[in-house]
Design a protein around this ligand. Sequence first.
Ligand code: M6R
Length: 382
Amino acid sequence: EKQGFKHFMLKEIYEQPGVVRTALETYINSAWTADSANTPLSPISLGLPADLLSGLEHLQIVACGTSWHAALVGKYLIEELANLPVMVQYASEFRYSPTPLIPNTLTIGVTQSGETADTLAALEMEQDRRAAHPDPRFAPRMLGITNRPESSLSRLIPHVIDTHAGIEIGVAATKTFTAQVMAFYFLAIDLAYRRQTLTSDRIEAILNGLHQLPAFIEQVLESQERYIEELAHEFNETQDFIFLGRGINFPIALEGALKLKEISYIHAEGYPAGEMKHGPIALLDAKVPVVAIAMPGSVYDKVLSNAQEAKARDAQLIGVVPMNDTDAQETFDRLLPVPVVDELLSPIVAVIPLQLLAYHIAARRGLDVDQPRNLAKSVTVE
Ligand code: M6R
């Protein structure tokens, strides 16, 4: 069952290249090329009805926990690629403080289990209040992203994207997160294609980048695990961690912090790197390691300078950085190098070392990694 791995979580971390491959095979239309751009052939086949995705002005996404982090990555992708505004809400907040209705909105619920009570309740509330609206522009358009297409989610709303990650046993979501982010790549590209917001060359470049991801994840797993295990020995008594990221990797900072607190019981905060100087910088000293995600792209230099600000307060700096990058080597005390990819694809490679870090710190502390205290795999009560 664990196939030689000590815990399900580690096995599931290692299943991610396969999960990404399955997603690519399932949802990318392999017959599409940039040359077929003028034909009706679409690059992505999500199997959704055209009227669900056409004429949209706005998207809103509800989710909890790690699924909410995937939704935040999705927001960056859809806004950037399809030029549609996206609002991401905690389901537990949205259900009691819903936003005023916006016309022509697609509502997406992200839940790997399809059973999370708050997410289901938020979707039901939204579906009902839109169905009751007399103006058809406000009619409900609902979509789920789930790893369990046979769950309560599918009984509630008519259309879902199946993330095909396979059953996940560890309470900490790892491969299902990656699979949810993959679903958002496909949705964002599909919307961009329908709305003609990208050139066919750009679509082709993104698809090529997506196809490289499984091998890149394997490379990170192979090259990093032993070193991360050593790091975990060094930091297993640490009481607080700060995770910093910006842009599309801000949600990855949140996810790295959530993984660590959930299974190792170490206090960790994820923060947008530029916000550090507005408060959290006061926490920093030699006892608080800072993990910064510095991926090549629009905010790379900004993250490096935020990391230097932390270093000036004696923080020990761990960087998830591009391979063979001298700026990064000069800035950080410890390096977690990952292959260089398009900035939009970087969350998938950046999250892997953070999953391994959380795993090895928890395992080193002798904790029940797969069944952390006070947590259940799916939260079916409010
Ligand atoms: O099944 P869901 O995706 O709806 O679950 C949502 C959260 O409960 C879940 O992601 C939780 O935060 C994980 N244990 C995080 O690892």
